[in-house]
Design a protein around this ligand. Structure first.
Ligand code: NDP
Ligand code: GDR
Length: 373
């Protein structure tokens, strides 16, 4: 029998990689996409199948985590073997600006799905994966963080995700549902949203190198993160639902770097050496050497990184470092892509786009390059 999976957030970074992964495993994949005034399926267009074709095994349904009746109807239609709840307002800084909406989607949205599964009598059939987060550790109580580390969320996003973490545990214990939390540390890719720090850096520097943007404006570049590749992490999401007994796992690489280091590596991928000088909001990143021909718009001495306090958060998570021992020992999971390899892949992808833009500009077809974020 073909297994059926339902993915909320299928149009996002993880949703797109997970859909690809499950299709390769022979699943029938159903995804929930939001109604938007512009096309929002760019990350899954390459796996889209015309619904008029017989046996299409990738299908999209309009829906929203704020809409109980819609979620219930989709679950009733699909009767999935596995539900992956990846949909969320996932930007930490934005959650300070839209805290109530973030709570509605990221906390109550999870409850809506779990209740719909129960209401439809699917609790024996549908296994449930909740996209939990290292942001739960917030103001860290232990280094490195593992499954038993106490939580201390530091943003409306993290507080909403704390509710989802515990409601998932609660439904597992109360109703014997197969429900798991993957406590995932930061994971990135060329498909990462443009306003998350790694993508902002790789895209911004590629644009600067091609003369499309003047400077990268950053927030707290001392921040430390444990970054992995989204492809490695979605494989783990599936592995978690294949166990005999539902459980919660930390997924991380166990290695930590600063945002400043990520900027330096990204520049290096473009053949550019940056030196940081100054302190606090006065810190700047200046070009000290250029090799190769990927940065034709730059000269030694150019200041291409500055600090803009607008990007500081009201409460910051300064440091995160995960201990994935349990996932490695119980599930045999090991991340295959290093953060440096991932950085190179992201820069190469953004450089390709930037070169295309620069070429269009050179020939009089100017496209606006959004630099806010
Ligand atoms: P993205 O922001 O790339 O994707 C989020 C997805 O959720 C998008 O498809 C988005 O739709 C959808 N979405 C947003 N609001 C709603 C809503 N109201 N109803 C239905 N869908 C909605 O996130 P990632 O792929 O990076 O992350 C996936 C999940 O994992 C998220 O829950 C995130 O919080 C969590 N997480 C992510 C980590 C990471 O480092 N990437 C680490 C730990 C947890 P649209 O495309 O229309 O915007
Ligand atoms: P994070 O990711 O908040 O960890 O949440 P993000 O990439 O946004 O920030 C990482 C760190 O970089 C610092 N930073 C900046 N961040 C952004 N976005 N823009 C900047 O200009 C900037 N300058 C410095 C931040 O302050 C922070 O310390 C991500 C999301 O994917 C969540 O959904 C997920 O749960 C967690 O990772 C794990």
């Amino acid at each position: 029998m073909t297994k059926k999976a339902l993915i909320t957030g299928v149009t996002g970074q993880d949703g797109s990689y997970l859909a690809e992964f499950l299709l390769e495993k022979g699943y029938e994949v159903h995804g929930i996409k939001r109604r938007a005034s512009l096309f929002n399926t760019g990350r899954v267009d390459h796996i889209y199948q015309d619904p008029h074709v017989d046996n299409a095994n990738f299908r999209l349904h309009y829906g929203d985590l704020t809409d109980t009746s819609n979620l219930t109807r989709i679950l009733r239609e699909v009767e999935p073997d596995e539900v992956y709840n990846l949909g969320a307002q996932s930007h930490v800084a934005v959650s300070f600006e839209a805290p109530e909406y973030t709570a509605d989607v990221d906390a109550i949205g999870t409850l809506r799905l779990l209740e719909a599964i129960r209401f439809l009598g699917l609790e024996e059939k549908s296994r449930f994966y909740q996209a939990s987060t290292s942001e739960l550790y917030g103001l860290v109580q232990e280094i490195p963080q593992k499954e038993t580390t106490p939580f201390y969320p530091r943003s409306p996003y993290a507080v909403a995700k704390l509710y989802s973490y515990w409601i998932t545990v609660n439904y597992r214990e109360a109703y014997n549902m197969y429900a798991c939390n993957g406590v995932l540390f930061n994971h990135e890719s060329p498909r990462r949203g443009e306003t998350f720090v790694t993508r902002k850096i790789t895209r911004g520097l590629a644009n600067i190198a091609q003369g499309l943007e003047p400077c990268l404006f950053m927030g707290n570049i001392d921040s430390l993160r444990d970054w992995g590749h989204a492809k490695d992490y979605v494989r783990m999401q599936w592995m978690m639902l294949q166990q005999d007994v539902a459980d919660d796992f930390v997924i991380a690489t166990g290695v930590q770097y600063s945002v400043r280091e990520f900027i330096t590596w990204s520049a290096k991928e473009l053949g550019v050496t940056i030196e940081f000088t100054g302190e606090g909001v006065e810190e700047i990143g200046t070009v000290t050497a250029i090799e190769g021909d990927d940065a034709p718009a730059l000269n030694v001495g150019d200041v291409i990184v500055r600090i803009d306090p607008r990007y500081f958060r009201p409460a910051e998570v300064e440091t995160l470092l995960g201990d994935p021992t349990k996932a490695k020992e119980k599930l045999g999971w090991v991340p295959e892509i290093t953060v440096q390899e991932m950085c190179a892949e992201m820069v190469a992808s953004d450089l390709k786009t930037a070169k295309r833009h620069a070429l269009l500009r050179e020939h009089g077809y100017d496209l606006p390059v959004a630099i806010e974020g």
